[in-house]
Design a protein around this ligand. Structure first.
Ligand code: NAP
Length: 324
């Protein structure tokens, strides 16, 4: 085989992106430089932040992937080595040794977990709860987009941290049922009615911590429900990635009146937490107390649909593409 497939963005969308914003290209396999390996991808990650990459035309060119070395000009990385890299939506990538990391899956842990609950997605949840919100045992937590990758990891990790009541919002009845299966104490469908009213019902005595994946009406609802000295770990704002910023939160002054702390963060500034996080989580994955929650779409040809699906909410758990 002398060619590989890649996805390129061909158009910048106004509003919700569509399949026509992308094209599939066939390119010759690169000739490796010294120190490089050719990786045949096994799993690709599709993520909400890639919607923002579309504003500069770069979607597809960057993105987390796991694959196997099929050709090597790097002594320490023989053919067959499994590696993580950020080469984007391609079937193959030429990667320098400095730009990849070996992946040696722990016994009983599936390879896909290293792009999901054990990868940047789970790390985002872990950092939000431990470093940003500093969740303490017994504290009550609300998580939005709770049935997604970060959200489902956050609920499960918070349980291990000894959280009190854990409440989640998600976009369908099936997802609400799923949240209860993976250990959330209460959950509601954000499409069923105003989020503020539904959260007040689910948490009549309030919450201490909010892990925000959505922004807008969800953030406003959480500010309303937070007790004095509550914290918001602001992880994402998916409600506005494809649309104008929402009017909410209209109750921002309550951040001052209730002495709240609202702190945004980017997981890439916390990569030093990856190893301790893996050490913490792997035993729980091995004994089954934490689930590898994922939706796997098969076939490289479906990578764009999988990405559009994450933005629509087609996924439960982390959305991944299995390349072949
Ligand atoms: P995800 O939650 O698996 O997928 C996105 C989910 O968002 C969808 O499944 C959908 O679920 C929900 N959604 C879409 N539009 C919505 C809307 N208007 N209102 C409410 N929910 C909506 O994706 P993820 O990768 O785990 O990311 C979750 C959030 O974390 C995103 O905002 C992302 O940008 C952010 N993030 C931040 C960092 C960081 O470093 N700060 C790192 C990773 C991810 P429903 O069916 O439930 O609506």
């Amino acid at each position: 085989m002398s060619t590989f497939l890649a996805v390129r963005q061909v158009r910048r969308p106004q509003g919700t992106p569509s399949a026509e914003d992308f094209t599939f290209v066939t390119e010759p396999l690169p000739v490796l430089a010294d120190g490089q390996v050719l990786v045949e991808n096994v799993y690709l990650s599709v993520d909400p932040y890639m919607r923002q990459l579309m504003n500069t035309g770069e979607a597809g060119r960057e993105g987390r992937a796991i694959g196997r070395v099929v050709e090597s000009r790097s002594a320490g990385l023989p053919v067959g080595t499994t590696v993580f890299h950020r080469g984007g939506w391609t079937t193959h990538a030429a990667v320098g040794a400095a730009d990849l990391r070996r992946v040696d899956p722990a016994g009983g842990v599936p390879l896909s977990a290293y792009l999901g609950v054990l990868g940047g997605t789970g790390l985002t949840a872990f950092v939000g709860l431990t470093r940003i919100a500093r969740l303490r045992p017994g504290e009550d937590l609300f998580v939005s987009a709770a049935a997604g990758g970060v959200g489902s990891a956050a609920g499960q990790i918070a349980r291990l941290m000894g959280a009190g009541r854990i409440i989640g919002s998600a976009g369908s009845a099936a997802k609400v049922a799923h949240l209860k299966e993976i250990g959330f104490d209460a959950a509601f469908n954000h499409r069923d009615g105003p989020v503020g009213e539904q959260l007040a019902q689910a948490a009549p005595r309030g919450i201490d911590v909010y892990l925000d994946n959505v922004g807008g009406d969800h953030l406003e609802a959480a500010i309303g429900a937070l007790r004095e000295h509550g914290r918001v770990a602001w992880c994402g704002a998916i409600a506005q990635y494809s649309s104008a910023p929402p009017a909410a939160p209209r109750n921002l002054a309550d951040v001052m009146f209730k002495s709240l702390r609202v702190e945004g963060y980017l997981v890439r500034e916390h990569l030093d937490a990856r190893e301790p996080f893996e050490r913490f989580l792997v035993p729980h994955l091995q004994n089954g107390s934490v689930r590898v929650d994922e939706t796997v779409v098969d076939g490289f040809g479906n990578v764009v649909e999988a990405f559009l699906g994450v933005l629509r909410g087609d996924n439960t758990g982390k959305m991944l593409v299995r390349v072949s």
